[in-house]
Design a protein around this ligand. Structure first.
Ligand code: MN
Length: 754
């Protein structure tokens, strides 16, 4: 944690330091071997001297921090004198002039190696400016193979920093809180340090979402009183029954941590009231001599189920088979008063200690000190093995580790390092909606760990995700296939619904206006005629197609005049494209081509009033304003614009030359055209970012789609863009070619729109 050298300690500072150290000294656990206390005294004197006149952000003497870390290490986790000494010295090498050699000389190689490990771990993130990447996580885990004590002291260090996080500047708070929930809480969980894990989670949550935290805390308090009465009513018969059977026990109501309530609200998408519905009590018993702990758990189980009906699918037996992290208990859920489910946790005193303080609590239940030391060593060895895994591939090891840490939830980061929780299997699209509905609705792609990826990509814990948006993007039906969170699905469905509602309304208005122009009142007969003509099943479909321009209202009069017929030909014409035709009102002449004056170039106009243009763009060569083009009068009388080089156009020139006309672009302000460029170069970090940055800075260009692949260090991709004129495209191509590492940027003439 940051600190500054300020004014010299006052007498008050010095007595504060003495008092804090006394608190540690007077409550030491397991430090009774010869030399233990002397070692701790010496470590304190040494660290106190090294940190002299240094202060924390809060202004208090810096040494208060190592003293408190030492207290957590000893009194909350149960580690012995060497670890206490190491905790007192943990920031000395990193923050003062003292070197590792100095430590080794004064305290021997064992403590020096602990300090070395602690200093190394710090190095793996402090240099990282933004977020904690998977790579760092891996590095950190790899350091575990040295001595698990290092990681425990580090957890204690973090716990104290979290307890005092208020003093940090806000932007640092979020980063520290994010790391805590992502890395330290799961590690504490894995090491069986449940009380610490829960505290880390709640503290992290409090700083990341202060308002939600306060809100849940307030509700918990409110409910606690109500529930307490219920729990008392529930407990009374149990207390009587256990007393009758001479069981020595303690029963207490158990309240969920604020973070766990919130997590459940998120994952199940339910309100607070529903999460909090489950009441829980814990029975901790003193094991009697005549029965095994396990048998006693089941005895209590049967005494309780004599009174209350159990829910069979909610029985959890972690007594016969402890959890991998050492948790032992018997959980059952029964129907309590007022028909409410109550979870009952049954544990022996030993199981409870282990549950709250981890395996380190074991020592308490084994005989003499020498024995306990080896017991602790055995535990450390066990954890080390569990973490070091036989797998030699560090990535696979990491995956395995993460897998077990986050079974139902993943944690990913925004580019600024903020943490986002998502259910396992969530896609980049889910992430986008989690950030904000508007981000989701405008998303076109994502950068996952700096690599461009489609919105459908499945995210992994530790990924850093950035969403690429475009003002012209909108939700599509297929998005529902890779949206997993209720939030994303709801937002997409809502947007699709709004859009089709808008479209139908627009279609109704367009049709009514056209009919009134023709002096016809809309009635059901007319609608029926239209439905028949366009082979549609319902009105909604008709209106929506009118709004989209698939049905051209210019044909309306003809359609209504016409007797019902097999309308294959007409249908084919209408299906040509989602673009309306020429603007001139259609004359009822037989020689359709006569409409066009071949002596003058036909002007390619942007149709400002309606949705489409006065011509169609050939899909084979995708010309854009600014390109050299020719027009082709299609059999349905629409003008299709080709590039003269286009093979299709060449063929048309040869076979239907009389239908080819001169055309000329007019200025297009609204309509944008799809163009594709291909790009390749040497893959390097940040290249894609640079490319997208340049594109996004071009005002007249919008990204529609990006496709990038990297093979053998070569980066290749295509980018689909919406542009108004070739000028903009050429300009962009020039800028992209200037990026270091880019070998070529080319326009792709022939492509099919996906
Ligand atoms: Mn520290």
């Amino acid at each position: 944690m940051g600190k500054r050298k300020t004014n010299i300690f006052t007498a008050e500072d010095i007595s504060r330091i003495e008092a804090e150290f006394k608190l540690l000294k007077d409550n030491l656990y397991r430090c009774d071997k010869p030399g233990d206390r002397a070692l701790i005294d010496k470590a304190f004197q040494f660290a106190n001297e090294a940190h002299r006149d240094m202060r924390r952000n809060s202004g208090e003497p810096y040494i208060i921090h190592p003293i408190n870390v030492a207290r957590i290490v000893n009194q909350e986790i149960g580690l012995g004198a060497k670890s206490v000494a190491a905790a007192l010295l943990h920031d000395v090498v990193e923050d003062t002039e003292i070197t590792l050699e100095d430590i080794s000389k004064e305290f021997g190689p064992k403590i020096a190696s602990l300090i070395d490990g602690l200093t190394k771990i710090s190095g793996t993130y402090n240099k990282e400016t933004n977020s904690l990447q998977a790579e760092n996580f891996r590095k950190m885990l790899m350091t575990l193979s040295d001595d698990i004590r290092v990681i425990i002291i580090k957890i204690a260090d973090r716990l104290h920093n979290m307890r005092t996080l208020e003093a940090m500047p806000e932007h640092k708070r979020l980063k520290v809180a994010g790391e805590t929930i992502y890395l330290y809480a799961p590690l504490a969980h894995r090491l069986g340090l449940f009380a610490i894990k829960t505290e880390l989670e709640d503290l992290s949550f409090k700083f990341r979402h202060p308002r939600i935290f306060d809100e849940i805390a307030r509700k918990v308090k409110l409910d606690e009183k109500k529930n307490l009465a219920l729990i008392n009513r529930f407990s009374l018969p149990i207390i009587d029954r256990l007393n009758d059977n001479n069981i020595i026990f303690d029963i207490s109501g158990r309240f969920k941590s604020i973070y766990s309530i919130w997590k459940k609200m998120q994952s199940k998408n339910v309100p607070f009231e529903e999460v909090y519905d489950l009441l829980a009590v814990r029975i901790v018993f003193e094991p009697g001599p005549e029965m095994s702990e396990r048998a006693q758990c089941w005895q209590i189980y049967s005494l309780i189920t004599d009174i209350y009906t159990p829910k069979p699918d909610r029985l959890r037996d972690w007594v016969s088979r402890p959890k991998p992290n050492g948790y032992e208990a018997l959980h059952l859920t029964v129907m309590g008063p007022e028909g409410r489910w109550v979870e009952v946790q049954i544990r022996s005193q030993r199981m409870d200690d282990i549950a709250e303080r981890g395996f380190a609590a074991h020592w308490k239940y084994k005989g003499d000190t020498a024995q306990t030391e080896s017991e602790l060593d055995k535990w450390l060895k066990h954890i080390r093995e569990m973490l070091a895994n036989p797998m030699s591939d560090p990535i696979a090891f990491l995956d395995d580790f993460k897998m077990s840490l986050f079974s139902s939830e993943i944690m990913v980061f925004t580019p600024k390092g903020l943490l986002v929780n998502l259910p396992k299997g969530a896609s980049a699209l889910d992430f986008a909606y989690e950030i904000h509905t508007d981000v989701g609705n405008k998303a076109i792609g994502a950068k996952v760990n700096y690599k461009l990826s489609p919105l459908s990509v499945m995210l992994q814990s530790g990924d850093q995700v950035e969403i690429i948006t475009s003002s012209i993007a909108k939700p599509e039906k297929e998005w529902l296939e890779y949206a997993h969170t209720a939030k994303a699905k709801g937002a997409i469905k809502g947007a699709l619904r709004d859009e089709s509602k808008d479209r139908i309304q627009k279609g109704i208005e367009m049709l009514e206006q056209k009919l009134s122009e023709l002096g016809i009142l809309p009635n059901s007969e007319i609608i029926k005629k239209l439905l028949d003509n366009y082979e549609l099943l319902n009105k909604e479909e008709l209106y929506s197609r009118i709004a989209l321009g698939v049905i051209n209202l210019e044909d309306l009069r003809k359609v209504l005049k016409k007797a019902p017929e097999s309308s294959f030909n007409k249908f084919w014409k209408l299906a040509v494209g989602g673009v309306s035709r020429r603007q001139e009102p259609e004359k009822e002449t037989k020689g359709e081509a006569a409409l066009i004056d071949k002596k003058h170039p036909y002007l390619l106009r942007e149709n400002v009033n309606n949705s489409g243009n006065s011509y169609l763009i050939a899909k084979c060569c995708n010309p854009i304003p600014g390109d050299e083009v020719v027009g082709y009068i299609a059999p349905d009388n629409s003008i299709v614009v080709h590039k003269p080089k286009c093979p299709v156009a060449v063929k048309l020139l040869a076979s239907e030359g009389n239908r080819i006309i001169q055309v000329r672009w007019t200025i297009h302000k609204l309509a944008s055209f799809l163009a594709r460029i291909s790009i390749n170069g040497i893959d390097k970090l940040g290249l894609v970012n640079e490319v997208t940055n340049i594109i996004s800075m071009e005002l007249n260009v919008n990204i529609r789609n990006i496709n990038v692949s990297v093979y053998n260090g070569i980066f290749e991709g295509t980018i689909d863009l919406y542009i108004h004129h070739t000028r903009d495209l050429n300009n962009l191509i020039m800028q992209l070619s200037n990026i270091k590492g880019i070998a070529s940027v080319k326009r792709v003439e022939e492509f099919m729109e996906e």
